[in-house]
Write a protein of this length. Structure first.
Length: 138
């Protein structure tokens, strides 16, 4: 069994005091969070920051105390498991610019709007954990 390691972030900002989550949509229409493969001797945090910047052009601040994981098989490749670590990234006063070779959109959504767009329960779980963490910080 081969394990591929990726890292990314649940990215958010605030508009009029309300939390808004930045979701990406990949070329096949699946919504999620910016993430990608670890390279060389990068740490998880370095990978997450680089991938967010590459995919949506943002420099985010990772929020201390939040880290969650997901693991799933890769459908097109037998014997490969993808392990993904997610952090929580905040930005302000920046405009997302998504990587058009890999994505069809990057837009802000409320928690409720985002949950309704997700196809996978694991993605809903990750956003729910992030949202509960943010709400507990108030």
């Amino acid at each position: 069994m081969t394990i591929e390691k990726s890292c990314g972030a649940v990215v958010y900002t605030k508009e009029n005091g309300n939390i808004r989550y930045l979701l990406i949509q990949n070329l096949v229409g699946v919504y999620g969070f910016p993430k990608g493969h670890m390279e060389g001797d990068e740490t998880e945090i370095q990978t997450a920051l680089r991938e967010v910047n590459e995919e949506v052009g943002l420099d985010v601040e990772l929020i201390e105390g939040f880290r969650t994981t997901d693991s799933h098989p890769i459908p097109q490749r037998d014997d490969v498991i993808k392990d993904i670590t997610y952090f929580l990234g905040y930005y302000e006063d920046q405009t997302p610019v998504y990587q058009q070779e890999e994505l069809t959109s990057a837009k802000l959504y409320s928690f409720e709007e985002a949950i309704a767009l997700f196809q996978y329960e694991s993605t809903k779980r990750i956003l729910t954990e992030a949202n509960e963490f943010l709400l507990s910080q108030k």
